[in-house]
Design a protein around this ligand. Structure first.
Ligand SMILES: Cc1cc2nc3c(=O)[nH]c(=O)nc-3n(C[C@H](O)[C@H](O)[C@H](O)COP(=O)(O)OP(=O)(O)OC[C@H]3O[C@@H](n4cnc5c(N)ncnc54)[C@H](O)[C@@H]3O)c2cc1C
Length: 352
């Protein structure tokens, strides 16, 4: 029986464990953070294809939304929801350009007037002249989803640090962990920002951008934000407990900052923006989570065969959106299927 080790228990490793187990594979998940991963546990969790870097990236993200819906059918009770997104990160001609580009790709885009925005979001303080609504978009808490998918996969989970990927005669032979060696026929690195260090001994340099992200959660509030709201200076959603969930940087998906400011300053600035968006509500700080976002050098996912046979890579930002579709495609390839056209532009070989 083929023994597969997945290193990483975030949304990527968990999605792969689920898809491989569905194909009858025996899987063990090893990770330092087994309780929902690292970036996954701090994520905003906005599922979208309205942000994209290329047309293949758009198509992968769009398929990602469909893969989330398939997951919900396969595992009843997953906490994924489809609120849609009210978007005016760009205004004026730039907003119209976004609408036309997305509509040309086949994405569903509603153009909203000021009156329609006020009807849809009556709690909003400053109402813009126009906004776009993306009805296909939604939200998943990737840390929670990761735990649910690992449980559904039935995979064995080991809490350990992988120090090295071992190999012999050009084939992977397992991993060396702080608990000792673990033999395997296949190793899949779903290790986010931990991936470059594990690939370096193979002479493979995976460029990883330094992109810290800070997520702020407030006290529970009455229902005031039923959509993902993306304004020019703040993105926000409301979770099931009524807390506002807000990245500290505007346009966080394309945020290029390599450092965060001092936490109290950044958190207070975020709270002030939230109070301005939803005036009259008693909005307070409750919780913060910080993680480095796993953004490969060109911003695009890195998925496929690694530097030796039997070693596979699945590293990506926007993993909340992308992990389920990447896992569907990669699990099929790993267990002997043909290469997925959806992954063609995202192969590790582009960094050789
Ligand atoms: C603040 C923030 C906001 C975000 N917002 C969005 C969003 O709105 N929409 C979206 O689609 N995406 C978003 N993302 C990105 C998305 O959350 C990530 O792409 C995704 O969570 C990555 O999941 P992962 O499983 O690949 O990595 P991670 O969740 O980082 O998990 C990595 C796993 O690898 C393990 N690991 C690493 N190295 C080792 C080692 N040597 N040995 C053992 N275990 C190891 C860790 O323990 C962990 O379990 C956001 C991310 C952040 C941080």
């Amino acid at each position: 029986m083929t023994q597969t080790l997945i290193i990483g228990a975030g949304i990527t490793g968990a999605s792969l464990a689920f898809q491989l187990a569905r194909r009858g594979e025996t899987v063990t998940v090893i990770a330092t953070h087994t309780n929902g991963g690292l970036a996954s546990a701090a994520s905003f969790g906005w599922l979208n294809a309205s942000y994209y870097l290329s047309h293949p990236h758009y198509h992968l993200r769009h398929e990602g939304l469909a893969a989330h819906r398939r997951l919900m059918e396969a595992v009843p009770g997953l906490p994924t929801s489809w609120s849609g997104c009210l978007w005016y990160e760009a205004t004026g001609p730039a907003q119209e350009e976004t609408a036309s580009d997305l509509a040309a790709l086949g994405y569903r885009v509603d153009r909203l007037s000021r009156l329609q925005i006020a009807e849809r979001l009556p709690t909003l303080g400053p109402i813009p002249e126009t906004a776009l609504f993306f009805p296909e978009e939604g939200v998943a808490d990737p840390g929670v989803l990761a735990r649910a998918l690992i449980a559904a996969s039935g995979a064995q989970v080991v809490t350990a640090t992988v120090l090295d990927v071992t190999h012999a005669q050009g084939r992977v032979s397992g991993v060396l962990t702080d608990l000792g060696p673990m033999p395997a026929d296949r190793v899949i690195l779903a290790t986010g920002t931990g991936t470059p260090a594990l690939l370096a001994p193979f002479g493979y340099t995976l460029p990883m951008l330094k992109r810290p992200g800070l997520m702020v959660r407030t006290n529970p509030l009455p229902p005031i934000c039923p959509v993902v709201l993306a304004t020019p200076d703040q993105e926000v959603r409301q979770d099931r407990e009524g807390r506002l969930v807000a990245p500290a940087s505007a346009g966080h998906q394309s945020d290029h900052a390599e450092t965060l400011g001092a936490f109290p300053v950044v958190v207070n600035a975020t709270l002030q923006r939230l109070r301005a968006l939803f005036p009259g509500h008693d909005i307070h700080f409750a919780h913060q989570a910080m993680a480095l976002r796993p953004v490969p050098g060109d911003g695009l996912p890195v998925v496929g065969q690694g530097p030796v046979e039997g070693l596979w890579l699945a590293v990506m930002h926007s993993g909340a959106t992308l992990a389920p579709i990447v896992a569907e495609c990669l699990a099929a390839e790993i267990s002997g299927g043909s290469d997925s056209p959806l992954l063609t532009d995202f192969r590790p070989s582009r960094f050789k």
